[in-house]
Design a protein around this ligand. Sequence first.
Ligand code: 13P
Ligand code: SF4
Length: 349
Amino acid sequence: MLDITHVRSVLTDVYDLAPSATLAAEMQDIYARMDRVISPPDWAVYAPYVRAINALKKERNAVILGHNYMTPEIFHGVSDFVGDSLQLAMKASDVKEDVIVQAGVHFMAETSKILSPQKTVLMPDMAAGCSLAESITADGVEEMRAKYPGAPVVSYVNTTAEVKAASDICCTSSNAVQIVNAMDSDTVIMTPDQYLAQNVANESHKNVVYWPGSCIVHEQYTAKDLRDFREWNPGTQLIAHPECTPDVVAEADFSGSTSGILKYVHDKKPERAMLITECSMASNIADELPEVEFVGPCNMCPYMKKITLEKILYVLHTMEGQVEVDEDVADKARKSVQAMIDLSRKLGL
Ligand code: 13P
Ligand code: SF4
């Protein structure tokens, strides 16, 4: 576990990280992307970290890949590329820089390392896991194969490298339906998200069988919450991630991956929207879409929220937190991830 007292003493020996209203004002151009959701005193705290990280990135020839669930100061302040799991994986496969800092969770960093084995991949906090990735091992995949002989295994990217290696192909929430439909079999095994699998089954002609994993963030929403919300705030567009249960997805006006959700809100510009997903999503687009009022509960992913500016600066400074994947496992996992990327490109996704 990262010792934050140690992290702070290492960083404050080298960098001037004291809150600075002067620096905050000098960095107004960056602040303008998030000034609806980050207060001026908070920006004065973040600005020294943002400046230090952006300078160190150049020195180290590093790129920061930020998932859509990162907090605004990471998403807008230091990320070079932001997106959903599929977009981040595609980007990781053709990064020019020597170092990738994964502002996301561990399975995303492993995916980057699998796709770019010659690069140094840094994880700001190794404890940033995922309840889905933790729900299944490679033995679980074999268990499913024994139960459904001959059925191909489509594993969500929210899995460890070992599970990817034991699978036939990967998918993300933005291509799951198309990947399952492309399988040459009537029965398709999906791991590890039972709700994504059921939502895919509702849109597919395949017999989808699945592992009983779930996302601890999305499973909290219920269809009743959505109905109550509509009654309380009529006219609100309800937009859900497909890791939610099928009855939540059925109650929503739209369902899609994190980038699908962002695109939908950009295109439709509803007067009021409730994003039934991780809380930072709405904060990250609040400045771009001042005409949209974001309402509703704030469910945070405790794993994603382990990533902070302080930890990003620390791993870039020390080059600790390097992600390694066993070569044999990586070779097999690469086949599954690359098969997904190739099929997604072929299908124009
Ligand atoms: P996306 O692929 O939609 O970004 O989802 C990743 C994730 O972890 C959602 O909880
Ligand atoms: Fe995993 Fe859910 Fe967090 Fe996404 S939101 S990283 S699926 S626990």
